[in-house]
Ligand binder design. Structure first.
Ligand SMILES: [Zn+2]
Length: 392
């Protein structure tokens, strides 16, 4: 169990500024990732009082006295945004009074962070475009993300194409429901030959809203910059960029409707509840069944078997189709030095860069704090599919 450590040097203002710069949105609030502000907050938390806990929430609270066992319980039952391992507290976004009551029943000390709570409650009033998520007007919806990708293909068909790599769970149940899983493939097709490939997937965790937006803007920057920007032109002339912008569209729609949804929506697990589904990030076959839950209602439910979910199987099949199998099967042998291909899974939690080709003993040493990109935790793999055991 590893918890992100509070960085007391980073103020909410500097975090917000960094995000504004990164996303170019004048009204950005990190609340999708309220975690970011909460984790980085330097506000002094005050003890719980009747006044602080009036109303129906939401609140941002710190829960003190946590040990690893507590953290496991809290993480499975609540929306843990981060914490401080030295001071033994967890930062939790609490959405409602019933949820707060459940938290209080744990018998741990709960205090409200008033500044983070105020930010969490403040809605966005304006954004950069239409068809965005209610209260998160910097972020496009699933449909808007797809239409933006289609617009790139229409404008520059020699540079962009969309590849249908499979169906979301809901579409596997009803062809008129759910979504296709769409990879936006970018390269200058006028230049042939074998090119190095980059595969990036985003939004596998439904509530991590910023990641799909980030990658959509990356795609727009590349395509719109072709012939204008030397870097964009070089990347598209001599590489293939494969972007799965919406890796979990079913879950994302729940998040867009206001649910704090993480998993897919597979109703075979914890049926007919708002905590149904499998954590797609825990469903990949590599080291499946490690630091994940086998309890269907838990937020980190791994699914009944490796790659049981159609979204995961689609990614596995697609990545295997574009990347050669270059590394020995055992975990101790490194990939050859001439291995090609980059796989990145973009999350928005933990302030970490996690490298996949590590054993359990090595993992802690390989974690990299991302002060320059506090809004993104990135998993980088040099080939194929891999998953870390960290809480992202
Ligand atoms: Zn995540």
């Amino acid at each position: 169990m590893t918890i992100t450590t509070t960085d007391s040097r980073r103020t909410p203002a500097t975090v917000a500024r960094a995000i504004k710069i990164a996303l170019g949105c004048s009204t950005f609030r990190a609340s999708a990732l309220g975690a970011l502000l909460a984790i980085s907050s330097t506000a002094v938390a005050i003890p719980v009082s009747r006044e602080a806990l009036s109303g129906e929430g939401p609140w941002v609270v710190r829960v003190y006295g946590t040990n690893p066992q507590h953290m496991t319980e809290l993480y499975n039952e609540f929306d843990v945004w981060g914490g401080d391992s030295e001071d033994a507290y967890a930062v939790i976004g609490v959405r409602s009074r019933p949820e707060l009551n459940r938290l209080m029943e744990k018998g741990l000390q709960v205090v409200v962070d008033p500044n983070a709570t105020e930010r969490y409650r403040t809605p966005l009033t304006q954004g950069f475009g239409s068809d965005t998520i209610p209260n998160f007007s910097c972020y496009r919806t699933v449909e808007s993300t797809f239409s933006s990708a289609e617009a790139l293909v229409s404008a520059q068909p020699q540079l962009a194409e969309i590849i249908d790599i499979g169906d979301s769970w809901e579409k596997t149940q009803d062809a008129n429901d759910g979504y296709d899983l769409r990879v936006l493939r970018l390269t200058n097709r006028d230049i042939g030959g074998e090119k190095p490939k980059l595969f990036v997937m985003s939004a596998i965790h439904a509530r991590e809203l910023t990641t799909a937006e980030l990658m959509t803007r990356f795609a727009e920057r590349l395509v719109n910059g072709y012939g204008v920007n030397a870097d964009a032109s070089w990347i598209l002339d001599h590489h293939e960029v494969h972007l799965l912008l919406q890796s979990n569209p079913d879950g994302r729609k729940q998040a867009e409707a206001g649910q704090f949804w993480r998993k897919n929506t597979n109703n075979n697990y914890c049926a007919n509840t708002s905590t149904r589904g499998a954590d797609l990030n825990r469903n990949f076959p590599w080291e499946w069944g490690g630091a994940a839950s086998n309890v269907p209602c838990d937020t980190t439910y791994q699914g009944p078997s490796p790659a049981s979910e159609p979204e995961v199987m689609a990614v596995v099949d697609y990545v295997r189709s574009i990347f050669p199998d270059q590394r020995p099967d055992d975990l101790n042998s490194p990939a050859p030095l001439d291995s090609t291909g980059v796989f990145i899974d973009v999350h928005s939690f933990s302030q970490l860069v996690l490298w996949h080709t590590v054993t359990r003993l090595m993992r802690v040493k390989r974690r990299t704090k991302t002060n320059s990109r506090p809004w993104t935790a990135v998993w980088l793999s040099l080939m194929g599919i891999a998953r870390s055991k960290f809480w992202v």
